[in-house]
Design a protein around this ligand. Sequence first.
Ligand SMILES: C[S@@+](CC[C@H](N)C(=O)[O-])C[C@H]1O[C@@H](n2cnc3c(N)ncnc32)[C@H](O)[C@@H]1O
Length: 200
Amino acid sequence: SNIEQGEVLRWIEEQTMKLQKTSMLSGSLSASTLQSLIRMKGAKNVLEIGTYTGFTAIAMAAVASRVVTVDNFKAEPASEDVCREAIKMANVNVSIMKMDAKDALNCLVNEVKEPFDFVFIDGDKKEQIDYYEFLLKHPHLFDPKGVIAVDNTLWYSRVFQSDDKIGDEDTVAVRKFNDHIKRDPRTFVSIIPVRDGITL
Ligand SMILES: C[S@@+](CC[C@H](N)C(=O)[O-])C[C@H]1O[C@@H](n2cnc3c(N)ncnc32)[C@H](O)[C@@H]1O
């Protein structure tokens, strides 16, 4: 339950505050939203792209059978140690794939036994369309009835502001992703305006 994992999540938050990139951690509001979605869906096999210190991976593992989480840990190398320690403390079924996300997807597509029914995308904003397309193209990797949750789709509200004012590559990438999925007949799209926006 989320009560049992609560202490470890608090420990991760404390450890993350000692690192450089503290804003990468999603926080308890996003984590409990993900937990509720996983429970409502009855999802068992969860894939996460973007581990960082493991906050969301461990929160999701509290309500799923297993979580596979992917990160190259290049954004903050020390985040890997925090995550590995937290997994031990929480005693949850989380496996880390330490590699680039696209390589990990290519590995998983060959070795996966049961499709993932819930995927949380929180990695490189510029690769979001590629992750999404890869999942939809491989039904034995991602269950066509599954849920994809994508973090930061409101991107500090920068997505609403005009290109001339804010045109950094991540903002442009998030706008492109939002446009890409908006008219996609293959999926049903909605957005939960929690924290930085989670698109389903
Ligand atoms: C926002 S953080 C993930 C936060 C985590 N889900 C949480 O809520 O605590 C994004 C992570 O994605 C990783 N990342 C970025 N680009 C990546 C890539 N191409 N392949 C693998 N990991 C990547 C970074 O190293 C970083 O740790």
